[in-house]
Each structure stands twice: as structure tokens, then as C-alpha cells.
Design a protein around this ligand. Structure first.
Ligand SMILES: [Fe+2]
Ligand SMILES: [Fe+2]
Length: 493
């Protein structure tokens, strides 16, 4: 007689018991487990949407790995890479330096939820999540490793995490905040719900679609296997929020979502946004960041949020919606201009045809960001390379760690939102970033961002700045196209 999983699953997954040798408090200290004081009987109602057994889990994961590794073995990745478009190279270099270490970080976050979560179902799912994130780290490192023989940028897959490069610092500040310095409940809301449900679709589904269109099938397949895990373990957030709301903690849950959604959005906008709208070769580009956000965030995520009894974040209409059309365009200018401080070789992505595409997807682009690119293009076309490398350090936002930006050109609106505390002035790129700081000043106030460190002499100037970031001369980004993108303009002049 065959026994179906459903017949025994509920019985076996109930792993809460009354401890004999220590107190409940010692086993689950509230500051690591649940500072919201939800009764254990409530935690036991946690009903995981995906009911997986270890045996089934291993079988499925094995199939995924076999699929991804065999596609990889079938195509010569090195030859593919050598012939790839400079924009696609930039996508790969940036992705492999920026993403795998976050996956590695997620291992510990999931392990904390596994150990300190109060709901048996929550611990179960987080346990599989821990294994998932180990796999995500390994498979991506393995794929990056192959390119090492042809491009040093892929060193950053391992090395990046341990440096104080400004992009890495920006990522760490965000993910340390939401994943690594909070109790099991809070980090699950921030990580599983706001980050994974809100945004991983963008990096893994949308980018994978672009990869497939570009013909990078092994990268596309690898991303898909990662996202299929995300789709499962990101579900920890839903029953969790239901429990919080039902137990009178809606206000707290809402605030956690509002903080983490914004923090993660800024990272995705600046990094994935540029990959979609500037780096992906035009002929293979179908959707813009704005369209991807429309589909995955504005429609799907917002629907889930409302279904769980939460509201859209307070800043949605006033700040998030306009940000989708602006933030990454401004960041792209800075990222291209300060390219020698990055491990990848950025491209400008603003040839006449690309500008046409940008204007079509973001009406008004020519009149705003286009104006800045007019000047950069002219300098590039005339070979004034000294004007293509800024020597001043920009003011950076104390929350995002990215340059303070706004809309350029005819709609200029760049503003520094400041806050004075204990004799120190903090700078923020938006009212939302400042609001996040104000929710918990003790958490953020002792941090020194990149500009702060430069201003108070913690980072040496000039060459010392690169050493501080761990960047030898060969590791510094250069224009991925060697300024050739300005050639059509040169010819026309
Ligand atoms: Fe992951
Ligand atoms: Fe994940």
C-alpha cells in the first residue's frame, strides 16, 4: 500500500515540543525569535503553501542541477563570452560580482529562520531555503569560474564581498540591514516577502528572458533554476504576515515592508535597471525596466500585499512610481562616468538608435537625461578623454550608498535631504531614505558611507582610493566599447 505524503505530512512536520532542560525563553530568545510576542499556538497555525518532503526536494533539485550543468557542458562558454557584445559582457561581469555573495549571505539568514522561527512549517521551509541558497551560491560561482581565464572581472565573484568597493558597500548596507541584523520574524518579512517576492523575479525571470533572447542559453537556464527555488521559499512571507496581522501587528508588519521594499528597490533599480535598459543589446531587448516593474511589482506584488491585509507603502504614488522612470537613468550616468571605480566595464548604451528606444519607453528621456549624454557624447566624439573621467567625488545617499541624483536637464530636481543628529550631518537622496533612517537612528547613525569615509580621511585620496577598494589597475572598469559608441556622432559632425 502506498502512503501518500498528504497522509503523514502534517503529523511529522509538527516539531514543536515543550523543552525540559531549558526554558522556552532560553530556547527561543525573543530578540532572535519573535520580539512581537505572538503566542505559540498561533505560530502552529503557520501553513506552508509548498509542502515538500526531503526526498522530493532532493530529487527535484538534482534534476534542476543536471539540466543547468548539461546545457553548460554542451556550449563552449568561453568562446561565447569572447565573442559577446560588450553590453552583454557588462551584464555578466556585473551580475557575477554583485549577486552570488548575496546568495551566500542568504544562507545564514535562512539558517537563522530555521533555528529561531517559531512555526514548525516556517522552520521547514526555511531549512529547504538554506539548502537552496547554498546551491545558488555554488552554481553561480561555478559558472563565473569558467570565465576567469579570459576576464579578471570574474574574480569579483569571490573577492567582491571582502572589499570596500563602493558598490559592494552599498549592497552590504542594504542587505546587512534587512537580512543579517534582525530576528527571525522581521528578517523573514523583509527577506522572503519584500525582497524575494517583490524583486527576485526581476533579476531572475526578466534577466533570464533577456539572456534567452540574446542566445546565452546556459545563463538563462541557470537563472531559471534559481528562480524556481525563489518561487518556493519566498512563500514563507505570506502565512507569516497573515499571522502578524491577525495578532494585531499590522502596523509593524507594514513598516517592515515599507522599509525593506524601498531599500531593495533602490538596489534593483540601479543595478538590474541599467542591465535591462542600457546593457542588454538593443536587438535582443524587448521590455524596459519600467515594463518589468509593471508586471512583476506593480501588478503581482501589490496584489499579494493587499490580499494579506497590508496597504501599499505610504510613498508608492508620490515617490516610487516616479522613481521607476527616473532613478536608474540618473545612476547610469554616474556608473558610466565613474567606471574606473567598478569591477565591470560599463557601456554608455546611448547610440542614436538606443536613444530612440529610450525615448519611446520613457517619453521625455531626450529632454532630461539625454541632455547630459549630449555633452558626454560630444566629449567622447572629440576625443576629450580628460572630460570623461570626473575627478570630484559625488555626494552619496547615507541610506542607499549611491550618488545623490534626481531628474536632469529641463526637469532638474536634484535635492539633498539632510538630517542633523549628534553633531553630524546626514545626506539622503529622497524623503523615503531619510524616513527609514528616522525610524531607527541608533541602527544607522554610526555607519560611515563612502563619501563620509573620504571626507574624514578614512580613505586616502587618488591612487590610495583604489587600493582601499581592493582594485589593482587591471581590475578597474574601462568603457566596454572604448568610446566607439560616439563614432556615429563623430562622423555626422
Ligand atoms: Fe537565492
Ligand atoms: Fe532566495
Amino acid at each position: 500500500m502506498e502512503i501518500k505524503n498528504a497522509d503523514w505530512y502534517d503529523l511529522l512536520q509538527d516539531t514543536n515540543w515543550t523543552p525540559k532542560y531549558v526554558t522556552e525563553e532560553e530556547l527561543f530568545p525573543p530578540q532572535l525569535s519573535d520580539p512581537y510576542g505572538i503566542p505559540v499556538s498561533e505560530w502552529e497555525t503557520f501553513d506552508e503553501p509548498y509542502k515538500v518532503t526531503y526526498r522530493d526536494y532532493v530529487k527535484t533539485q538534482r534534476e534542476k542541477d543536471v539540466g543547468a550543468y548539461s546545457v553548460k557542458a554542451a556550449v563552449s562558454r568561453v568562446d561565447f563570452y569572447k565573442q559577446a557584445d560588450p553590453g552583454w559582457k557588462a551584464v555578466l561581469q556585473m551580475h557575477f560580482g554583485a549577486v552570488p555573495f548575496l546568495e551566500f549571505g542568504s544562507v545564514s539568514a535562512f539558517a537563522r529562520i530555521t533555528r529561531f522561527g517559531r512555526g514548525p512549517g516556517m522552520r521547514n521551509m526555511a531549512n529547504f531555503g538554506t539548502l537552496d541558497e547554498i546551491r545558488h551560491t555554488q552554481i553561480q560561482m561555478y559558472f563565473a569560474y569558467e570565465f576567469l581565464s579570459v576576464d579578471r572581472a570574474f574574480d569579483w565573484c569571490q573577492k567582491g564581498l571582502n572589499t570596500d568597493n563602493w558598490v559592494i558597500m552599498s549592497e552590504r548596507h542594504c542587505f546587512d540591514d534587512i537580512e543579517h541584523t534582525r530576528d527571525a520574524v522581521t528578517s523573514a518579512v523583509m527577506l522572503n516577502f519584500a525582497f524575494e517576492q517583490g524583486f527576485t523575479n526581476l533579476q531572475f525571470v526578466a534577466l533570464s528572458a533577456d539572456a534567452k533572447r540574446y542566445g546565452d542559453f546556459s545563463f538563462a537556464t541557470m537563472l531559471q533554476t534559481v528562480q524556481s527555488d525563489e518561487a518556493r521559499h519566498s512563500q514563507i512571507g505570506e502565512p507569516l504576515i497573515e499571522i502578524l496581522v491577525r495578532n494585531g501587528r499590522k502596523e509593524e508588519a507594514q513598516k517592515l515592508v515599507d522599509i525593506s521594499f524601498w531599500r531593495v528597490w533602490k538596489q534593483f533599480s540601479a543595478l538590474s535597471g541599467i542591465a535591462f535598459d542600457y546593457y542588454t543589446p538593443l536587438a535582443h531587448r524587448e521590455f524596459s525596466l519600467k515594463e518589468f516593474v509593471q508586471e512583476f511589482v506593480t501588478t503581482q506584488f501589490l496584489r499579494n500585499l493587499k490580499a494579506l491585509g497590508l496597504d501599499k507603502p505610504w510613498y508608492w504614488d508620490e515617490y516610487f512610481v516616479p522613481d521607476v522612470e527616473t532613478y536608474h537613468h540618473a545612476q547610469q550616468i554616474g556608473i558610466y562616468m565613474y567606471r574606473d571605480t567598478e569591477w565591470w566595464d560599463p557601456i554608455a548604451g546611448v547610440s542614436p538608435q538606443e536613444r530612440e528606444w529610450l525615448e519611446k519607453k520613457y517619453p521625455g528621456w531626450n529632454d532630461t537625461y539625454g541632455k547630459v549624454w549630449d555633452v558626454i557624447t560630444e566629449n567622447a566624439a572629440k576625443g576629450r578623454t580628460e572630460r570623461l573621467t570626473p575627478t570630484i567625488i559625488p555626494v552619496m545617499c547615507g541610506m542607499t550608498g549611491f550618488e545623490l541624483t534626481g531628474v536632469a536637464g529641463s526637469k532638474w530636481n536634484v535635492k539633498d535631504y539632510t538630517l542633523d543628529l549628534d553633531g553630524r550631518r546626514y545626506h539622503f537622496g529622497s524623503p523615503v531614505d531619510k524616513w527609514i533612517f528616522e525610524q531607527d537612528p541608533a541602527r544607522y547613525k554610526n555607519y560611515y558611507g563612502f563619501t563620509d569615509r573620504l571626507a574624514n580621511g578614512m580613505i586616502p585620496a587618488d591612487e590610495g582610493l583604489f587600493e582601499y577598494m581592493g582594485m589593482s589597475p587591471e581590475e578597474r572598469g574601462t568603457c566596454g566599447m572604448g568610446f566607439k559608441w560616439a563614432d556615429p556622432v563623430k562622423r555626422a559632425a
